[in-house]
Design a protein around this ligand. Structure first.
Ligand SMILES: Cc1cc2nc3c(=O)[nH]c(=O)nc-3n(C[C@H](O)[C@H](O)[C@H](O)COP(=O)(O)OP(=O)(O)OC[C@H]3O[C@@H](n4cnc5c(N)ncnc54)[C@H](O)[C@@H]3O)c2cc1C
Ligand SMILES: NC(=O)c1ccc[n+]([C@@H]2O[C@H](COP(=O)([O-])OP(=O)(O)OC[C@H]3O[C@@H](n4cnc5c(N)ncnc54)[C@H](O)[C@@H]3O)[C@@H](O)[C@H]2O)c1
Length: 467
């Protein structure tokens, strides 16, 4: 049986590990899908390219408030789609080609297939060409990611539906789209398709969209969403059916009884589950938790010595920057077994690239209250800063939560233009222990730039000693 020093399963963030420093290692890389994984092919990158095109398409709908009358003439969907995948697909193909054939990878064997453990540190790969390969290794990296959850709604399989994996490749724009779910994917694709002229309905089980955000942010987002889309909260999808004219009937149960909706396409966006089940982890003794996430320690090592895991297959933060961070930790620990480093999950930020945009780091007010953590909140509206006036923004705000005594920031939540960019200094301050009082006062803030919303939120904190 072939034996490797290292086997990496999954070419999302896992693919970033093997470089020239592994030149003396005999390495195998296993990939069942498209090289490059979720973020590149069906996740962060194409979605944000669609979001930018959507922002451009949505501009005329808001321009008259500046005294500028614009008109959207057309959205050439296939051109939008093909420009985006015309950039992405060659990158994925190039990554695969590089690993398969470039002399840099003379020590690397790529298996295009699905890996599963068939013994202790023994992997069997069902290759796409129908063959099977069996090999062992000293060390493994489990970087198999996650996949969309498909809820058990009767009729779903028969009717046909989309997930984030397929919706971006639609042959044409539908007239009507229903989105089941109310999280990141729902919020981003609702903006994309509504901006392109599609009638979007969001079917949400709870009262609020993005309900894991700080409550005021989720409430504000839901209010704004109701003005743009048909938002049906407290609606449970109970059945879907294909009608004779080809459209799809969605049946929902609401507090007022049965509700119905007719659409042309359906997007299911109710979360993602780890791909750990594909790996038959019992065979090698790797444990998973109650949510099927691979259990790891602070070094990203699983319950088996020499088997590491990273990214969506192990973390509750299903985010690319987390997968990348963990990949760097795993890489270091593989190369430096006697000087391993721990991963840092203290302040994991996230952003929702919808309209408006949202960004968040640290505790929400609700979490601080639940945990009995004392805090003060400083809030500033975009409407009260100069750039907010320029944009005529009426709905955005930044909220900073800090320890009243030490001024250490414990959370920040922003909804409004450029939120994912505006929040970055707070992530830095939290990571390096800079207190809110010093952060607000001991540096220049460019006037009249958007981060003034953050500067003022910090200045509005009632810290002791008095600021
Ligand atoms: C629509 C969408 C938008 C997103 N937008 C953002 C964003 O804006 N910002 C952000 O931070 N995150 C975003 N994410 C999340 C981000 O894409 C993921 O957190 C990240 O890609 C996870 O990386 P990973 O390396 O863990 O897994 P992946 O990139 O999913 O890689 C796992 C790879 O392993 C392969 N694989 C799985 N099992 C096996 C097996 N048994 N054998 C062989 N190969 C296997 C899979 O085919 C896959 O290619 C988004 C996700 C989605 C779905
Ligand atoms: N900008 C970003 O960083 C970004 C963008 C997209 C996706 N992602 C990642 O991908 C993950 C998956 O995104 P997502 O939007 O699918 O999941 P999500 O976890 O963000 O939201 C899923 C929502 O669906 C609801 N839900 C669950 N089961 C349901 C059901 N049966 N019927 C109706 N609603 C149901 C949940 O209550 C939740 O509100 C995210 O958690 C995020 O980590 C990140």
């Amino acid at each position: 049986m072939t034996h490797y020093d290292l086997v990496v399963i999954g070419t999302g963030s896992g693919n970033t590990i093997v470089n020239k420093r592994f030149a003396d290692w005999k390495v195998a890389i296993v990939e069942r899908g498209t090289f490059g994984g979720t973020c590149l092919n069906v996740g962060c990158i194409p979605t944000k390219m669609f979001v930018h095109a959507a922002d451009v398409a949505a501009t005329p709908s808001g321009s008259s408030r500046y005294g500028v009358d614009e008109q959207l003439l057309d959205v050439r969907w296939t051109d939008v789609r093909d420009r985006i995948f015309g950039r992405i697909d060659p990158i994925a193909a190039g990554g695969s080609e590089y690993r398969h054939h470039n002399p840099d990878n003379a020590n690397v064997t790529v298996y295009d297939g699905t890996g599963r453990f068939t013994g202790f540190k023994e992997l069997t790969v069902d290759n796409k060409d129908g063959s099977t390969s069996v090999f062992s290794a000293d060390q493994f990296v489990l970087a198999g990611g996650s996949r969309p959850i498909i809820p058990p709604v009767p009729g779903l399989e028969e009717v046909g539906f989309h997930t984030s994996n397929t919706i971006m490749r639609l042959p044409e724009l539908p007239r009507r789209l229903a989105i089941i779910g109310s999280g990141f994917v729902a919020a981003e694709f609702a903006h994309v398709f509504a901006s392109f002229g599609v009638e979007v309905t969001i079917v949400a089980r709870g009262d609020l969209l993005l309900r894991y955000e700080d409550a005021e942010v989720a409430e504000r987002f839901t209010e704004i969403a109701r003005q743009r889309y048909d938002v049906r909260t407290r609606h449970e999808t109970v059945r879907v059916e294909r009608r004779d004219d080809g459209s799809i009937l969605v049946k929902m149960l609401s507090p007022d009884g049965l509700d119905e909706l007719i659409v042309d396409e359906l997007l299911v966006a109710v979360g993602r589950e780890p791909n750990s089940d594909l790996l038959n982890l019992d065979a090698t003794g790797v444990e998973v938790d109650s949510e099927a996430r691979v259990v790891v320690d602070e070094y990203q090592q699983t319950t088996v010595d020499g088997i590491y895991a990273l990214g969506d297959i192990t973390t509750p933060h299903q985010l690319k920057h987390v997968a990348n961070h963990e990949a760097r930790v795993v890489k270091h620990n593989l190369l430096n077994p006697d000087d391993r480093v721990e991963s840092d999950h203290r302040f994991v930020p996230h952003a929702v690239f919808s309209s408006p945009q949202i960004a968040s780091v640290g505790l929400t007010e609700e979490q601080a209250k639940e945990r009995g953590i004392p805090y003060v909140a400083g809030v500033e509206r975009y409407a009260d800063i100069a750039y907010g006036w320029a944009m005529e923004d009426t709905t955005g705000f930044a909220k900073v939560l800090a320890d009243p005594k030490t001024g250490q920031i414990i959370g920040c939540h922003i909804i409004g233009p450029q939120a994912p960019t505006v929040i970055q200094p707070v992530i830095q301050a939290m990571s390096f222990g800079l207190d809110a009082y010093s952060m607000a006062r001991e540096q220049y803030w460019i006037h009249p730039a958007m981060p003034e919303v953050l500067e003022n939120a910090l200045l509005n904190l009632e810290l002791h000693p008095e600021g």
